[in-house]
Write a protein that binds this ligand. Structure first.
Ligand code: E4P
Length: 215
């Protein structure tokens, strides 16, 4: 499973990129707003740090606006993936982008049939928002399972990108279910890394290392 980091914070991206564990980056308007700089500037900077798919979301919600913005975003860097909301005009734009060789990440997916329509339109990635479904007292991972199964059954090339990940068990389940990608907040990537037995084991090794006779 590929790991993307879900942030527009350059320090967070640099931190995990230096460990070699990050295959790409996803952003959304909320994350870009937190970065406090224009969208194209932030995306350009991210592309300098990570050599992989970088999702940049269109801000328009009409077909012409999304196509215009998506074409502009795709010119920033060859790694840019245009993120498009899962609405009718969005799917029309995805169809155009697919015909032009522009990769897309269809976002705000909350049902398996939304995901099937996105695949038919030619989406490169589909983003089921697991955590936001959990917030509604439902089981977000069921949607990941359904999308993986439907895409496999019918041979759609669209990749399932588990999004709105909130904790390590979301990542474990996404991997078990065969999601192609999980986009994960910086904090959760560090949670995945930590284990108390690693820390206590290392502490003991350091204590014992002092007992090794020196030449
Ligand atoms: C990723 O593409 C999404 O924008 C993101 O994962 C949403 O996460 P949230 O529900 O925690 O805001």
């Amino acid at each position: 499973m590929k790991i993307f980091i879900d942030t527009a914070d350059l320090a967070e991206i640099r931190d995990v990129a230096a460990m070699g564990v990050v295959d790409g980056v996803t952003t959304n308007p909320t994350l870009i707003a937190k970065a406090g700089r224009p969208l194209d500037v932030v995306i350009r900077d991210i592309c300098e740090i990570v050599d992989g798919p970088i999702s940049a979301e269109v801000l328009s919600t009409d077909f012409d606006g999304m196509v215009r913005e998506g074409r502009e975003l795709s010119k920033i860097h060859p790694n840019v993936v245009v993120k498009v909301p899962l609405i009718a005009d969005g799917l029309r734009a995805v169809k155009v982008f697919a015909s032009e060789g522009i990769r897309t990440n269809v976002t705000l997916c909350f049902s398996p049939m939304q995901g099937m329509l996105a695949a038919k339109a030619g989406a490169t990635y589909i983003s089921p928002f697991v955590g936001r479904i959990d917030d509604m007292a439902s089981e977000g991972m069921i949607l990941v399972e359904q999308l993986v199964s439907i895409y496999q059954t019918y041979g759609y090339a669209t990749q399932v990108l588990a999004a709105s990940i909130r904790h390590p068990m979301h990542v474990v389940r996404a991997a078990e279910l065969g999601a192609h990608v999980a986009t994960i907040p910086h904090k959760v990537i560090h949670q995945l890394l930590k284990h108390p037995l690693t820390d206590s084991g290392l502490a003991q090794f350091l204590v014992d290392a002092k007992k090794i006779p020196q030449k």
